[in-house]
Design a protein around this ligand. Sequence first.
Ligand code: NA7
Length: 548
Amino acid sequence: MATATQNAPAQTGTPQYDAVVIGAGVAGLYQTYRLNEAGFTVKAFEAGSNVGGTWYWNRYPGARFDSEAEIYQYWFSKDMYAQWKPTERFPAQPETEKWLNHVADLHDLRKHYTFSTRVTVAHYDEANKLWTISTDKGETVTARFFISCAGMLSAPLENRFPGQDTFKGRIFYTARWPKDEIDWTGKTVGVVGTGATGIQVIQTIAPKVGKLKAFVRTPQYIIPMNNPKYSEADWNKKVEGFEDLKKRVQSTFSGFEYDFANGSWHDKTPAERRAIYEHYWKDGSLALWLSAFPEVFTDEAASADISEFVREKMRERLNNDPYLCEKLIPKPSDYGFGTHRVPLESKYLEAYLRPNVEIVDCRESAIERVLPNGVQMKDGTVHEVDILVLATGFDAGSGALSRIDVRGRGGRSLKEDWGRDIRTAMGVGVHGYPNLFTTGVPLAPSAALCNMTTCLQQQVDWISDCMIRLRDKGVTEIEATKAFEDAWVQHHDETANATLIVKTDSWYMGSNVEGKPRRLLSYCGGVGTYRGKCDEVAAKDYEGFAMS
Ligand code: NA7
């Protein structure tokens, strides 16, 4: 591959850059770092005014990750790992945003970026084997490779309710949270959505607002977060374990430190199972979900058993109040524990014991529209609110790229292709779109079911190593073959269909977006297994990918 000529005029046949990268989140920053280190020319665009990705946009009250700080990490520099010194096990958004800013500074990554700029168009030029990429600021550049690190949860579902523009108060999307302080005092606040995001908002603002109206549609199974503070000495100990932990997270089912380690659910007595559940419940992490028993994901009896355990814990915390239990605890007929994202929470359920918190049951009557003074339900009831918080989710996995006019061979449109059927080649490319590399898109663990930093770094490393190999070989075009993509989709579906996840409606299945083709977004064969498959393709000189 010829080295791109930076700033050469577009459309000459020689691209201006080796790669254009979208995004300055966890994946984008690392991708830019890797390509720069490898001597490629990179142009990166970021819609936000600064780095951070998820941690730039989602600055809502209570935002924090559910991965332990010691594993929500980059693994390419032990020195850098040692520097962050997280203050708690599950740090909140400001700390993570600060850390990503530090990473950008440390490696001088900002110089590659144009901020506050959204990529709107990316067209593949078959004759010249390059991408022509345009932005909402009118800039157009060309690059051999187009790499999306645009995020798997970065396309919020906006304007879900008619009349939003008539609302007299402020409407906040959690994924577009403003930087100014909000004065909640004495205000009546409506929060729509009780996914991982809505839960964090509700538990955080309940003590601050005059009145909180939580619009609840699907109740959640939850796990209480155990979030001890980390001292400097605690962190230094973690740093000593850096190499082991780095290896460990790459091989587990979910990219977390923990893995299934209790054998089969079927081989345990009810008392033994209970002891295991209790152990993980006390641990206060996602381990109950992601490491108790594999059968939790596949076996109706195991699912029913652990679901009942969690329901029992939730009933206790709600003081067995019949009304609250009815409204806030999933029923056995709803769905099983862990068949969609399980949130960690801190006194979320207790928020509903407060006199200033009211439940609006959206299953009894759905939200009809937003009025200037509140929210009107289908049955005509109006809930007056001063502020409306919308934690209503994302067009996950495929949304960020589908919102860009991406065109591959013969002008085919990714939006239209994915509008019919969401397919990728191992989540790192798409047949029909040569020289497009993807992270965080469907059919890889990084689309949902994993510790994001583990999965995104693995994909970035695979892409970067692939580009180095192409350069060494003098290859200027790579594209997943149809046969390879077909085989991957089939393997993905077989793996997905063996789980209970496919039976539950949620963003994991794309069912939160009207008209989105139904398919489990995340590859759920395991993070370690996925890595092995990616490595095998690379070891066979990118078998399944056509090069020229
Ligand atoms: P989610 O998990 O998609 O949650 C969205 C929530 O919004 C969920 O409770 C929805 O209820 C609710 N929702 C959406 N539309 C409506 C309407 N029309 N009426 C009432 N309620 C509605 O998004 P999050 O941002 O919480 O989490 C996404 C991921 O980000 C999370 O899993 C973490 O990995 C980080 P529904 O369940 O559809 O009944």
